[in-house]
Design a protein around this ligand. Structure first.
Ligand SMILES: Nc1nc2c(ncn2[C@@H]2O[C@H](COP(=O)(O)OP(=O)(O)OP(=O)(O)O)[C@@H](O)[C@H]2O)c(=O)[nH]1
Ligand SMILES: [Mg+2]
Length: 269
């Protein structure tokens, strides 16, 4: 009886969670949540809100009662940065046994329909990290001023040259991780908080030898709400990348055998 109960429950729990960090996204949050839930795939959503003054979290709370057991909210006390928001989300997702853990912005720069393509890369094509890539086939960015496109593109080139990572879009923030990657990387040791966080996670994923695939996406500038990008975020990434590369010469990236993908997958089923 217990076995049957567990089996039914296990079958009901989706294997995928989309983590969306928010800071002042009241114009976007309801629409993006509804759009993810209207997709063909079975995704749960975790919002990490940093006490947004525009009360984004209150909108989420109303939706939590509508989408019980599918929509979750972590509220933090203040704006603590994108990187730490994702780390809080990763820990939560690992504790709750998700196999496919996604990062996505709230502002529709990432098209929710592409979640299925990232999922397919991890589920069926062997990727352990699938990246929604703006620069895999040309430059696929819509509505950004030319200055910002060039800055982003050449930042990606700079990071690729310094680190040696064979990744075209090194700062991308639309991704799907298999849980084994997040289990392996020591999340306590991730140093960077803004864009740099995205680079550092890719660098460590690559150093540990996980399979990374870039899936071309079209990235559209936000239409609603305001940007949180700042000069200090950019500066942190610039210095952080050089420091990260130097530090990597003094350490090894060895996976513990207990965390080999097969072991985890078996456990999850
Ligand atoms: N929880 C949390 N979320 C954040 C923080 N900073 C940014 N975000 C969210 O992270 C996502 C990406 O931030 P954006 O402001 O869109 O940054 P961006 O994409 O670099 O900039 P634009 O799209 O040009 O506005 C959005 O969903 C933001 O609401 C933060 O400090 N804490
Ligand atoms: Mg954005």
């Amino acid at each position: 009886m217990l076995f049957l109960h567990n089996l039914i429950n296990t079958n009901k729990v989706p294997d995928s969670i989309v983590i969306i960090p928010t800071f002042n996204e009241k114009e976007n949050i309801e629409r993006i949540i509804r759009e993810v839930f209207s997709l063909e795939g079975d995704f749960n959503i975790l919002i990490i809100d940093d006490n947004s003054p525009d009360r984004t979290a209150s909108i989420v709370k109303e939706l939590v009662s509508e989408y019980q057991n599918r929509l979750f909210l972590i509220e933090r006390t203040g704006k603590l940065g994108l990187g730490t928001a994702y780390i809080a989300g990763f820990r939560w997702a690992l504790e709750h046994h998700y196999e496919y853990i996604f990062e996505m912005d709230a502002d529709f720069s990432h098209d929710p329909h592409d979640l299925m393509r990232l999922y397919d890369a991890c589920k069926n094509q062997g990727a352990e990290l699938a990246i929604g890539s703006r620069y895999k086939s040309g430059i696929n960015v819509i509505n950004w001023p030319l200055k910002r496109v060039l800055m982003s593109y050449f930042a990606s080139v700079f990071v690729r040259k310094i680190t040696g990572m064979p990744i075209m879009d090194t700062t991308a923030g639309f991704k799907c991780y298999r849980r084994t990657v997040l289990d392996t990387i020591d999340l306590d040791k991730i140093r960077m908080k803004g864009y740099g966080f995205q680079i550092e996670m890719k660098f460590k994923t690559w150093k540990y030898g996980f399979k990374i695939m870039e899936i071309p996406i079209i990235f559209t500038d936000r239409k609603e709400g305001t940007s949180k990008m700042s000069g200090s975020i950019f500066g942190e990434a610039f210095k952080g990348v050089i420091k990260m590369k130097i530090q990597s010469y003094f350490r090894t990236y060895k996976r513990s055998s207990a965390l080999k993908p097969e072991t985890k997958q078996e456990k999850h089923v």
